[in-house]
Design a protein around this ligand. Structure first.
Ligand code: ADP
Ligand code: MG
Length: 665
C-alpha cells in the first residue's frame, strides 16, 4: 500500500492572521481539488488534518500498481496548486508532497468518509517525515516507492534523512518527471492500425447495451496473433472512459484452468480476492462483496458462487442449476450497479462448464446493461457450432488478416521505430511472409531491427521461428529470466522470478524485457503485494518454454510449485496449476494430490466433466500396482461421469428456447 502526504507550505502561519471563515473558504476548494486528483488515480482520501491531506493507494482496493498511481497523483497535486494559484484567487500557495510504500496497518470498519483514520504504522510516519523534507512544490519518495516506480519516473538522489527514533537514515528520492504515461506501459506498442469496422460494430453493440439496458454476447474469432486482444483492449479503453465496469478473465491452455477460470477471475476482481488469500478469507471477502450487491438471498448466493469459483467450504449442492442460477443473480446484480463488461478471453481453452455458464448469462439475464465479450480462436466453433450464427442477443465477429495497406503501415511504423529509418526491401519481405498477421509482422519487424533475423540469411517462415530467433539473440541474463518466466506460465510474478533466480537484478532484466515488448506488466496482481507480468503473447511463452531442456525444466517446475505453495497456501484456486507444475517436475505423488484436490473442487462446483478428466489424469499418474488408490479414484470418476450425464441432459433442456427468449441455441 502507498501513502501520499501533502501539506501547504506556510499556510498555518498565514491562517492565524485570518478569520476562521476565510480559512475555510480557502481550504474548501483546496480539499475538493486534492480529493479529485487523488481519486482520479484510484486513491482514497484518508483524512484532512487542517491543510494537510493523507491519501492511500491500495486499500480498500489494490490495483497492483499502486505506488505508481500514488506518484502520478503527487505530481498532479503540484500541477493543481499552480493551476489554482493562477485562478485569480489572489492566493499564492505552495505545497510539499511525499509518497511512501510498505506494509500498513489498516483498521477495518473505520468510517473513512467521516474522517476516521484507517491507516497507521511506520510507513505513515515516514511518509510524514519525507513530506516535511520535500522541496517546495516537489515530491519526495521512499525506497520501496522508488524501487517499484523507477521505470515510470525520472528520479534524483537526495541526501538520506536523519529521522528521530530511527537508527538508519531514511533514503529518499525526488521525483523529477514522468517517463511513461500512466496508461502506456506498453508504450512500445505500435499505434492501432485499421480495424475501423470491427471497432464500429463493438461500439454500436455497446451503445445499445448501455442505453437500452440489455444483455449482449459478442464473440470475436481469429487465429493466434490476428489481433483479438488488441482490438478488445482498444475498445475497452473507450468503455472504461465511459465509467463502465470492466472485469477481465482468461482461459489458459493445458490443464491449468482453475474452476470456471475466466468467471472465477471476474468474481475475484469484484470481491478483491487474491490467489494468496486462504479459502476462508476468500469466502469472507466474497460474502462482503455480495452483501453490497442487490441479490435476494446473499448468504445462499455467496455459498453457491464460492463453490463455483473453487473456494467453497464443505458440502455440495444437489444440482448444477442451483449454482448457475445463483451465479446469474450475482452477475445481474453486478451489472445493475453500472454498465458492465465481462471479458472471457481465449475461451477456445475454456472447459464446457465455463461456456455453459457464459451462454446462460447471455440468455437468462434480462434488463441489465451487460456486455459479455468472448475472444477465441476459430477452433471453438468446432465444439460450439451454434456460435456461428448471429441472434438478437448474440453477434459473432470474425477478424480477418490486416489488408495489405494496413499491414504495410504497421510494418513501416515498426521498422522506423526499431531502426530510425526503414528499408523498402524489409517491408515487402515482411508483408509477403507475415500474411497480414499483426503478431507476425511485429515480431518480424522487431527482429530485423534487433538484427536477430538477418535478411541476407535464411528467412523465417513462421511466427514461431521469428520468436525463437529473437529469444536466442537475447543477452544471457534476459534470456535466463525469460525462460524462468516461461516455466511459471503465461502470467508470472516478480516474486516468483526472485525465488527462482540467484541473480539479484531480476528487475533490470524485467525492465529490459518490457522495453523489448516481450513481457508486459499487468495492472492487477493475483498475488497480493507482488508485481504481476505476462508474456505479451501466449506464443512467445510457448516458444520460450519449448526451448528449455528437459532436465532443467523439471527442476524449475519443482521450484515454481514450491513458490506457489509458499505464496498461495497451496490450495484453492491454484490446485490445478500446482498439479501441472508437480507433474512437469516429475513428482507424481504431489501431482496426484493436487489433481484430487482440484477434482473435488470441480465436483462441488458441478463441473463434473472437468472433475472426471482430473480423476483420469490422476489415474494416469498412479502406479499400476497401487490398486487400492486406483480403485478409489476410479469410483470417484464413475460418480462424476454419472453426474455429468445429468448435466448434459439439463443442457439439452435448457437449450430449448424459453418463451420469448431470443437466446443462443
Ligand atoms: N490493428 C493493429 N494495429 C497495430 N498492432 C496490432 C493490431 N492488431 C494487433 N496488433 C499487435 O499484434 C500483436 C498480437 O495481437 P493480439 O491482440 O495479442 O492477438 P490475439 O489476441 O488475436 O492472439 C500485439 O502485440 C498487438 O498489439
Ligand atoms: Mg489474445
Amino acid at each position: 500500500m502507498s501513502v501520499l502526504f501533502a501539506d501547504l507550505v506556510g499556510f498555518t502561519a498565514r491562517s492565524e492572521r485570518l478569520d476562521p471563515e476565510d480559512v475555510l473558504a480557502v481550504l474548501r476548494p483546496y480539499h475538493a481539488r486534492l480529493r479529485s486528483e487523488i481519486e482520479a488515480f484510484g486513491g482514497t482520501v484518508e483524512k484532512f488534518i487542517g491543510d494537510a491531506v493523507v491519501g492511500i493507494f491500495g486499500a480498500p482496493v489494490s490495483h497492483g500498481d499502486d505506488p505508481e498511481r500514488a506518484v502520478h497523483a503527487a505530481l498532479a497535486i503540484i500541477d493543481a496548486i499552480t493551476d489554482m494559484n493562477s485562478g485569480g484567487s489572489g492566493l499564492d500557495l505552495s505545497v510539499r508532497v511525499a509518497v511512501n510504500t510498505g506494509e500498513v496497518v489498516v483498521a477495518t470498519g473505520a468510517r473513512v468518509s467521516e474522517g476516521e483514520g484507517m491507516v497507521t504504522g511506520d510507513v505513515v510516519n515516514t511518509a510524514s517525515r519525507l513530506q516535511a523534507a520535500a522541496p517546495v512544490n516537489g515530491v519526495l519518495v521512499g525506497e520501496e516507492t522508488y524501487r517499484t516506480t523507477r521505470s515510470a519516473f525520472e528520479y534524483r538522489d537526495v541526501a538520506p534523512l536523519v529521522v528521530k527514533g530511527k537508527e538508519k537514515p531514511v533514503r529518499a528520492w525526488e521525483t523529477m518527471r514522468v517517463t511513461t504515461a500512466p496508461d502506456s506501459r506498453q508504450s512500445r506498442d505500435a499505434p492501432f492500425f485499421g480495424r475501423a469496422s470491427d471497432l464500429a460494430s463493438l461500439r454500436s453493440i455497446w451503445r445499445r447495451v448501455a442505453a437500452e439496458r440489455v444483455v449482449h454476447l459478442a464473440a470475436m474469432f481469429g487465429e493466434a496473433g490476428i489481433g483479438k486482444s488488441r482490438l478488445a483492449a482498444e475498445f475497452l479503453h473507450e468503455v472504461e472512459r465511459d465509467r463502465a465496469d470492466v472485469f477481465r478473465g482468461r482461459a489458459v491452455p493445458y490443464g491449468a484452468n482453475t474452476l470456471y477460470g475466466p468467471f472465477a477471475q471476474h468474481v475475484k476482481q469484484v470481491a478483491q480476492i487474491f490467489a494468496s488469500d486462504s479459502g476462508a478469507v476468500g469466502r469472507q471477502k466474497l460474502a462482503e462483496a455480495t452483501m453490497a450487491l442487490d441479490v435476494g438471498d446473499p448468504a445462499h448466493v455467496t455459498a453457491c458462487v464460492a463453490f463455483l469459483v473453487g473456494i467453497g467450504g464443505g458440502g455440495e449442492v444437489a444440482d448444477r442449476r442451483v449454482l448457475f442460477e445463483a451465479a446469474r443473480q450475482w452477475v445481474q446484480a453486478v451489472a445493475n450497479r453500472r454498465p458492465t463488461v465481462l471479458v472471457f478471453e481465449d475461451v477456445h481453452w475454456a472447459d464446457t462448464g465455463t461456456l455453459d455458464l457464459l451462454e446462460l448469462f447471455a440468455t437468462r439475464i434480462h434488463g441489465s446493461p451487460l456486455l459479455l465479450l468472448a475472444l477465441a480462436r476459430p477452433e471453438l466453433l468446432e465444439t460450439r457450432e451454434h456460435w456461428r450464427s448471429p441472434l438478437a442477443t448474440y453477434t459473432p465477429l470474425y477478424l480477418e488478416p490486416l489488408d495489405r495497406d494496413t499491414a504495410a503501415d504497421l510494418a513501416s511504423w515498426l521498422l522506423a521505430s526499431a531502426r530510425g529509418r526503414q528499408q523498402e526491401a524489409d517491408t515487402s519481405i515482411i508483408l509477403d511472409t507475415a500474411q497480414g498477421n499483426p503478431l507476425f509482422i511485429e515480431e518480424f519487424a522487431t527482429s530485423l531491427g534487433e538484427r536477430s533475423t538477418d535478411r541476407a540469411r535464411i528467412l523465417p517462415t513462421t511466427v514461431r521461428e521469428v520468436i525463437a530467433a529473437r529469444l536466442d539473440a537475447l543477452p544471457a541474463r534476459e534470456r535466463s529470466v525469460v525462460l524462468d518466466a516461461a516455466v511459471v506460465g503465461r502470467t508470472f510474478w516478480r516474486g516468483a522470478l526472485q525465488w527462482l533466480h540467484a541473480d539479484p537484478d531480476v528487475d533490470g532484466a524485467l525492465h529490459a524485457l518490457q522495453a523489448r515488448a516481450i513481457v508486459v506488466r499487468e495492472p492487477l496482481s493475483w498475488i497480493e503485494n507482488d508485481e504481476q507480468y505476462s508474456f505479451k503473447h501466449v506464443l512467445i511463452r510457448e516458444v520460450a518454454h519449448a526451448t528449455i531442456s528437459r532436465r532443467r525444466r523439471s527442476e524449475r517446475h519443482a521450484a515454481v510449485a514450491a513458490f506457489l505453495e509458499a505464496r498461495t497456501g497451496g490450495g484453492g484456486a491454484t490446485a490445478t496449476a500446482l498439479a501441472d507444475h508437480w507433474r512437469e517436475a516429475g513428482d507424481r505423488d504431489k501431482a496426484v494430490r493436487y489433481l484430487l484436490l482440484a477434482a473435488d473442487q470441480a465436483s462441488r462446483g458441478w463441473a463434473k466433466e472437468q472433475a472426471a478428466d482430473l480423476y483420469r489424469e490422476a489415474l494416469d499418474l498412479l502406479a499400476e500396482d497401487d490398486s487400492e488408490r486406483r480403485r478409489q479414484i476410479a469410483k470417484l470418476r464413475a460418480v462424476a461421469m454419472q453426474a455429468a450425464y445429468h448435466v448434459t441432459d439439463a443442457r439439452l433442456l435448457a437449450q430449448r428456447p424459453g418463451p420469448g427468449s431470443a437466446g443462443i441455441r
